[in-house]
Design a protein around this ligand. Structure first.
Ligand SMILES: Cc1cc2nc3c(=O)[nH]c(=O)nc-3n(C[C@H](O)[C@H](O)[C@H](O)COP(=O)(O)O)c2cc1C
Length: 305
């Protein structure tokens, strides 16, 4: 989820916190403009325009450079730093980043410790992990390694890297992790509705949840989860949101912060990613997927009823 979508979704409400896409750390300190590209919120007190707190996430395997980049993120205003040990992407794993490190408990301990030691004590260091690379039974040892290295919260995507995104998510492992740890464990994976969340809670015992694809597909998801009486959105609410998203992107274009091409592509991508949230989404996607010019997209979006 990029900044324009975070702006939209957090304005709908229900979120306590949101995290950047991962900033890839190699053997250099990324320039400030990279952090600002991943997190324009840093220039707004590390909050989205509607006031939801935001933090930077880093992904990498070099403890020293992870620490130095974490210092930059904090200097630029990130109130905490999240470390990604969950990414399954081949290119990322091939260069020793993301979930592949879950087979190297000593290294993940070193990375987390280096980042923890490099930051002021009042800045939390948090971790996002999968259950393991292939074998989920490493989850407790890894979770303990993160805690021992000073992580103050752990978000667990309840699948291994080999599981990819294939349902189901194995929430029951989260209960074991939670019971082994003293720090808060946040559940993640396959929560698309309030019903999913109640099942996840029952299985994991975690009282906090992080949502990924569900947040993209249903802008009202966090409100469904946090407000028992909330009436889930109908299609016309989503259409309104799509038009709002177009306006957010068009403002960025007017401020020369994105290209014409980008705003057209992003609005199509988002609609495509909303298939699971609204049964009307695929039909609308079919009708706009061949539009290339911004004027035509603006026109098409304004005509949806
Ligand atoms: C296209 C895509 C990009 C993602 N990028 C990130 C990322 O940058 N950082 C991260 O922690 N998780 C990332 N994730 C994983 C999600 O945060 C989440 O852990 C995963 O999708 C499972 O949760 P869900 O079932 O709620 O989607 C990404 C997932 C997808 C599908």
């Amino acid at each position: 989820m990029d900044a324009p979508l975070r702006q939209l979704v957090t304005a709908v409400g229900g979120y306590d916190l949101c995290t950047s896409e991962f900033v890839r750390v190699t053997r250099q300190i990324s320039p400030e403009k990279v952090f600002h590209r991943f997190g324009p919120e840093l220039k707004n007190g590390s909050k989205t325009p509607s006031g939801t707190p935001f933090r930077i996430q880093l992904l990498g395997s070099d403890p020293d450079y992870m620490a130095k980049n974490a210092q930059t993120a904090v200097r630029l205003g990130s109130p905490s730093v999240d470390l990604n040990f969950g990414c399954p992407a081949k290119t990322v794993n091939a260069s020793r980043g993301g979930s592949v490190l879950l087979d190297e408990p000593e290294l993940i301990h070193q990375i987390t410790r280096a980042v923890r030691d490099a930051l002021p004590q009042d800045i939390p260091v948090t971790v996002k992990m999968r259950l393991g690379y292939k074998d989920p039974s490493v989850c407790i040892d890894n979770a303990l390694a993160f805690q021992d290295a000073g992580a103050s919260e752990l978000v667990v995507h309840a699948r291994t890297k080999t599981d990819g995104y294939k349902p189901p998510a194995h929430w029951h492992y989260l209960r074991e992790i939670r019971e082994a740890l003293d720090i808060p464990v946040v559940a993640n994976g396959e929560v698309w509705s309030r019903e999913d969340w109640l099942r996840c809670y029952e299985s994991s015992g975690c009282d906090q949840v992080m949502v990924g694809r569900g947040a993209v597909a249903r802008p009202d998801l966090a409100r469904q989860l946090s407000e028992p009486d909330f009436e889930p959105w109908h299609w016309h609410h989503f259409v309104q949101s799509l038009q709002d998203y177009w306006r957010i992107l068009s403002d960025l274009y007017a401020a020369e912060q994105c290209s014409d091409h980008y705003r057209v592509i992003r609005v199509k991508q988002w609609l495509n990613q909303s298939r699971r949230g609204f049964e009307e989404a695929p039909g609308l996607f079919e009708s706009i997927k061949r539009i290339h010019r911004a004027e035509d997209m603006a026109d098409a979006l304004s005509r949806i009823s």
